[in-house]
Write a protein of this length. Structure first.
Length: 163
């Protein structure tokens, strides 16, 4: 007989009920002897996107059209892999507040839109279940739908929303 769930993916976003999702995912993985992958999807802020998309053309502290430009921040000088590595260290520390991090689990930090990346990642990992925490209601959610709803529509993998 095949095990019910062999690979569980937990989405961790640092908000609302993602801690409960971690606890449940860890408990299920332990009880079912399933592989556990925890994924944090970093959605870049508008400032980060603009900074990456607009290369600065410095000419003595001014852009070519004469507009003064503040000096680049330390964040802008960092390469994306370094920033994601630093973010991963922070995420691992946060996860440890909820569950012990072990060698039997995998923690991934990726960049993009969670509702698109999580289903693709879960399918590429051949995950049997995606667990995510419920987010509190907002006007944006009412108008455009929740990330959990979008994930469930984008995948055949079952999605469990924890609240």
């Amino acid at each position: 007989m095949m095990a019910l769930f062999q690979h569980i993916v937990v989405a961790y976003d640092k908000f609302d009920h993602s801690g409960e999702a971690l606890l449940l995912g860890n408990q299920l993985a332990n009880q079912l002897n399933a592989k556990l992958t925890i994924v944090h999807v970093h959605s870049p802020s508008l400032d980060e996107v603009v900074a990456e998309a607009t290369p600065r053309m410095h000419m003595g502290g001014y852009v070519a059209d004469g507009t003064p430009v503040p000096p680049p921040t330390a964040f802008e000088h960092q390469e994306k892999p370094i920033r994601l590595d630093q973010l991963k260290q922070n995420i691992v520390a946060e996860i440890q507040q909820f569950i012990p991090v072990t060698d039997q689990m995998t923690i991934e930090v990726v960049e993009g839109e969670p509702e698109k990346l999580l289903p693709k990642l879960a399918e590429s990992l051949q995950a049997d279940l995606i667990i995510t925490g419920k987010r509190n209601a907002s006007l944006k959610k009412l108008l455009f739908g929740s990330i959990s709803e979008k994930m469930a529509k984008a995948t055949d993998t079952p999605v469990l929303v924890v609240k």
